[in-house]
Design a protein around this ligand. Structure first.
Ligand code: TMP
Length: 197
């Protein structure tokens, strides 16, 4: 099993790219599974609702711990003993480093402790789609904004910096320019994925 995770701030076109690569892998005859975080289990989807609801007035630590509670369930149900050739996950623990670490300013040591402590498998490939924060929000102008998306421009500037730092620090992480045309980004995504064949 190869685990590929997809990351980026709001409006980078992550879902479009995931679906394009998923269809492409299927046409090549690979078995695949698509997951998302937080979510992908019954329990995790309930946690997702709590996390994204504007009625949840929670601390940054609660936010972090709920992300990891959902993650632990997803790992148990979907990543342990997986039989698929490829698992694609829409966000994973790099999002906790970027959003809760760089964005909410929680301890990176604590986040790395949780990553190791709940035995998160390291992805074979993590693709970050990088985009200017304002452009990302302009693309989502007509969408209903959830609790985390309501965190403001400065928060997302910090999250973006976090992702850029992760691309520098971690060997599994690749970064692509999300301001390019969709077809070009899709080609670049496939070239990265092909290295795992
Ligand atoms: P999305 O996957 O639909 O974008 O929504 C998930 C939201 O949760 C998104 O705003 C990013 C945020 N998130 C974190 O803050 N930390 C995490 O660890 C994960 C997985 C997601």
């Amino acid at each position: 099993m190869k685990l590929i995770t997809f990351e980026g701030i709001e409006g980078v076109g992550k879902s479009t790219q995931i679906n394009l690569v998923l269809d492409w892998l299927k046409t090549k005859g690979f078995s695949t599974k698509l997951l998302r975080e937080p979510g992908s289990t019954n329990f995790g989807e309930q946690i997702r609702e709590l996390l994204l609801s504007k009625e949840s007035n929670i601390s940054a630590h609660t936010e972090l711990l709920l992300m990891f509670a959902a993650r632990s369930e997803m790992i148990k149900d979907h990543l342990m003993d997986s039989k698929e050739d490829f698992i694609l996950c829409d966000r994973y623990y790099h999002a906790s480093i970027a959003y809760q670490g760089f964005g909410r300013k929680l301890s990176l040591d604590l986040i790395n402790f949780l990553i190791n402590g709940i035995n998160c498998p390291t992805p074979d490939l993590t693709i970050i789609y990088d985009l200017d924060v304002k452009t990302g929000f302009e693309r989502k102008a007509n969408d209903v904004i959830d609790r985390i998306e309501s965190s403001g421009i400065n928060f997302f500037e910090d999250v973006r910096k976090g992702y850029q730092q992760l691309a520098k620090d971690r060997s599994e992480v690749e970064i692509l320019d999300a301001s390019e045309p969709i077809d070009l980004i899709s080609q670049q995504t496939k070239t990265l994925v092909e290295r795992l064949f």
